[in-house]
Design a binder for this molecule. Structure first.
Ligand code: XIL
Length: 362
């Protein structure tokens, strides 16, 4: 199979891409011989961005800036996606690792790449406990207030006019949804740091849509109730918030139900907010069964969850947290897995077709 030239018939190309080519941990693939002619990355299948556009949605992915110069990575990215998020480069620690000196170069690389390739940009994330620069811990409350204001203002002003939206506050609710997460911001600035962040972001970039973003509250549960309460309160106070991002880092053994996600999106939409799926991936390592069976389960879950966004008029799009299993944060965070739409050789997985069908409403 590997020796078939890529310009052979479409039938053969399709047969190539539906092979369970991802690196199943039980049956690792042998590396391709160096003389093999591989199909061009992700080029043998219909572009996802066309299907998404037909349904009025954006289709996005997180990217690290260092991979944009990899030709195979860039070819698949450019063919399938029209919305880009920096995986790390626009977080506070990445920009202001040294106090008082903002380095926007890596984020700028991503923005320029997106603009050159007809993609919109989602800024991510202004305030997140997971990307606080090391020097912040030593600040007094008054010093943190100044640093917090300066950070939001300078970053949102720098990217003004170039980002469609910002994740302004990320993961501010406790893991179990019992209340606000205990972060340095809450401890030193008080609970109103969330409202303050949105107001500062709006002042610095009046055109960008401003999102609250979190995980674990995708369906209906205690956490999504707290997220709902938070954003309803912000709306009631006139705080400038435009939407909620549902991260959707899902395990296939226990995914949120499509009905629950739909009901949750619908109640957020009824507050006048937009919603989106902001960081989707589906882990399959704990599923029982053969590789093929696990990839099929993953496909069905991608299909059903993306289909919820497609059916919700206030859902503006779906962003995946990467697109090739060769580069996913999941491996380091949860153990080796195959959570994305393309395998490690950039061939479209069954999951890809699940998403494609969802955008086409079939
Ligand atoms: C992760 C990135 O994928 C990693 O590369 C980085 O080291 C840490 O952050 N929720 C979020 C994202 O909102 O910003 C996180 O991204 C994944 C979880």
């Amino acid at each position: 199979m590997n020796s078939v030239p890529f310009l052979a018939s479409v039938t053969i190309a399709v047969a190539l891409v539906v092979q369970p080519g991802c690196n199943d941990k039980n049956t690792p693939l042998a590396p391709a011989p160096s003389s093999t002619i591989l199909p061009p990355a992700g080029m043998e299948v219909e572009p996802l961005r066309g299907a998404a556009q037909a349904s009025g949605k954006l289709v996005g992915t997180a990217v690290p800036s260092n991979l944009l110069s990899d030709a195979r990575y860039a070819a698949t990215l450019g063919r399938h996606f029209n919305y880009l998020t920096a995986e790390y480069e626009m977080k506070w620690d990445a920009i202001e690792h040294t106090r008082g000196s903002n380095d926007f170069s890596a984020g700028d690389t991503i923005v320029s790449y997106g603009q050159a390739n007809g993609m919109q940009i989602k800024g991510h994330a202004l305030i997140w406990h997971g990307s606080v620069p090391p020097w912040v811990g030593a600040l007094s409350a008054a010093e943190l207030r100044l640093a917090f204001e300066d950070h939001i203002r300078s970053v949102a002003e720098h990217y003004r006019g170039r980002v469609r939206a910002w994740d302004v506050v990320n993961e501010a609710i406790a893991v179990d949804g019992s209340g606000l997460r205990d972060t340095v911001f809450r401890q030193k600035l008080g609970d109103q740091y969330i409202a303050d962040a949105f107001r500062l972001a709006r002042q610095a970039d009046p055109q960008a849509l401003l999102f609250y973003n979190d995980y674990g509250g995708e369906g209906l549960n205690q956490k999504s109730d707290r997220i709902y309460d938070l954003v309803q309160g912000l709306r009631a106070q006139g705080v400038p918030i435009d939407g909620v991002g549902l991260q959707m880092h899902v395990s296939a053994t226990n995914p949120p139900s499509a009905d629950g996600i739909a009901a949750n999106m619908s109640r957020l939409a009824s507050l006048g907010l937009f919603v989106n799926i902001s960081e989707m991936d589906i882990r399959i390592r704990d599923l029982p069964g053969t590789v093929q069976a696990r990839l099929e389960v993953q496909k069905l879950q991608y299909h059903s969850i993306v289909g919820v966004c497609v059916a919700e008029p206030r859902c503006d799009g779906v962003t995946f947290w990467g697109f090739t299993d060769a580069h996913s944060w999941i491996d380091a965070q949860f153990g080796a897995d195959d959570p994305l739409l393309f395998d490690e050789q950039y061939a479209a997985k069954p999951a890809f077709y699940g998403v494609l069908d969802a955008f086409w409403r079939r």
